[in-house]
Design a protein around this ligand. Sequence first.
Ligand code: TXA
Ligand code: MG
Length: 330
Amino acid sequence: MNPDAASPTGSLATRLVKADAASIAEAGTVLRAGGLVAFPTETVYGLGADATSGAAVAKIYAAKERPQFNPLIAHVADLETAQRQGVFGRDALTLADAFWPGPLTLVVPVAGTCEVSDLARAGLESVALRVPAHPVAQALLHAVGRPVAAPSANRSGRVSPTHAAHVMGDLEGRIDMIIDGGAPDVGVESTIVACLDNSGVTLLRPGGISRERIESVLGHKVASPASAGPVTAPGMLASHYAPNAQLRLDAEHVEPGEAVLDFGGRFADVQAASFDLSPTGDLAEAATNLFAFLRALDATGAEIIAVAPIPHEGLGEAIRDRLARAAAPR
Ligand code: TXA
Ligand code: MG
C-alpha cells in the first residue's frame, strides 16, 4: 500500500479482488493502515477509509475530487458501536431497531465517546451513522474494528457505482483496492433521516427505505428539508448525479434522436437506444437498474435521454430525486 494514496495523478496500482475471507482480511489491514478500499454495500459501492483518521479521510476527498469537505457517513457493524459514536433518542432507536442492518443512515448528535474524526463529520456537532446489511460490508467492518467513512465510490459529480467495473473506471490509480461483491440489491443510496433534539425527525435524503415505511414505524409524519428550513445535508448539491447527456424527465413521448430511459414498457414500441428500468413497473427493480442504465445510455453518446414518468410513491421518491439531480443544470 502506498502512503501517497489518492494522488489525483492516479499513480497507485489499484487492485481489483473478488470478495472472499482472504481479500476482506487484507482490505481490513489496508484500511487500518490509512488506505482507501472500495467495497460493496446493499445500496451502492462505497469508498472506505478509517473514519477515525483525518489523514485517511482526507484521501477520500482527493480521490473523488470532492469540491468541499462534505460530511461523510460512518459505517459501523452494529447498533452498539453506533451508540458509542452518536446519541440515540427514542425515534432514532425505533428506526435503528426496525431497519438496521439496512439502507438507512441516521444523523444524530455526536456522543462524547465518538471516534469519528472531525474531518469525516465536516466539523458538525452531529454524525451520520449506518449499519449496512451486505455480508461483505459487515465482514469488512468486523475486520477493521473501527468506523469506516464511505461516500459512494465515484468521482465527484458522476453517477453512483453499482458494479466494481464502474468503480474501476472512475477511481483506478487513485485507490488501493476494490472488493468485487457483485451487484447490490437496492441500487440507490441509503435513506438519510436526521434525529436531532432541536428539530425533530427530518428526511434529509430519500433512498432505499421509503418515507411510507419510516412514517409507519414511527407512527407520525417526518419533515422534509424544504419544510424544515435551511439545508442540513450540505453534500446534497443539486447536480450531484450527473451523466453527460441531458435528461428530459416525465417524458410523454420520445423525440427523434433521443435515447430512452423507460419504465413499465411505456415506450416499448419506440425505435431508440432504450433501457427499461422495470418492464413490469416494479420500483425496487427500477432502483437496482437506475445508475447502471444511466451509465449505459450515456455511453451511447446520446445528447438527450427521455425519461418515462416514474410514480411518486415508495421507492419512486428516491428514484425521482436522483433523476432530478441528474437533470439539474451544471
Ligand atoms: O447508501 C449510501 O448512503 C452510500 C453507501 C456507500 O453507504 N453512501 C453515500 O454517501 O451515499 P454520500 O457521501 O454520497 O452521501 C452522504 C450524505 C451527504 O449528502 C452528506 O451531506 C450527508 O450524507 N451527511 C453526512 N453527515 C451529515 C450530517 N452530520 N448532517 C447532515 N447530513 C450529513
Ligand atoms: Mg454520492
